[in-house]
Write a protein that binds this ligand. Sequence first.
Ligand code: KG4
Ligand code: ZN
Length: 341
Amino acid sequence: MFVLGIESSCDETSVGIVDGDGNVLSNIISSQVDIHSFYGGIVPEVASRQHISHIQKVCLAALSEASIDWSDIKLIAVTNGPGLAGSLLVGVNFAKGLSASLGIPVFPVNHMDGHIYAAWAKTDQNKLLDFQSLVGEQNITCLVVSGGHTDLAILKKYGEIKLIGETKDDAAGEAFDKVARILGLRYPGGPEIQKVAEKTNEVDSLPRAWMKGTDNFSFSGLKTAVYNKVKKYKNDKNFSSYIPILANSFQESVVDVLFTKTINVALREKSSGIVLAGGVAANLPLRNQFLEHSPIPVAIPEFKLCTDNGAMIAMAGLVNYNLRTFSQDFDVKPNLRVGEL
Ligand code: KG4
Ligand code: ZN
């Protein structure tokens, strides 16, 4: 059996196909990043129009790369939230059209759950966790860090994810993007900050918020602290050599907060493992911190499966296929939280 997953919640149009064991047969991603970087961030209407232009050819390319026919697809899975309403509508509408013409079901998928299930997707680079081992009771602490979310959740059992903590202001990825802008770097800010930070080992002191007493996060104070430093030193003749130090300090602070709080939750909940997922999980210092210092086994998807992609949506569809059915009348849900259906 094959599941076709469609992702259009933000600025990536993507279609991926997986088989019943979670093997990824194809994962085609069309990114709009060059268009939005011109504006310094995502312009929602532009994103929706780009999805409409690209979704059909991305879907056909996914089918061709997987070397299967339409008749082999048993289920269509599509992100119906969270995300930009106009962008989600394009994917959902396209998925419903495919479902009607092929006579097969279409399931709504929570984008955040998709990020988590990417850890079980199998590719040549990604053989972290066996999909069959996902069946039954689990106790896995999941940190999902993306442009719009910073969620700590527990995968309780197959198909059941419980939210434990979330950001109360900026998401980690959003903080990367906004701080990059403050530092005069391009969008998306995460990879840019990582690159600039590599130029130095020096750090300046920056705050780490809510390290104890709550499982929630706050990154807006850190962002403001960077802004205040820039305001103070921007007329200094050595300001350009200070930018890598600020980028490095900011990144170190985010990594410290995410790592410390996730480990605290995983130890307290007696988790058997940790999954690190979402676009910010592509950050090398964050990956290394977890891989080198976690006292509990950690699974982090390969880079392509961390940022938005259709294969992770197909994975979440596969999990749901084995558990439940959905009404075909579903709508988009721009504010869906991790674990919600
Ligand atoms: O999950 P994702 O692809 O899209 C959303 O669902 O939001 O995450 C995008 C976020 C952006 O904020 C981007 O700056 C961040 O992931 N990101 C990174 C890196 N690569 C992408 N953040 C830090 N370091 C990176 N290498
Ligand atoms: Zn995402």
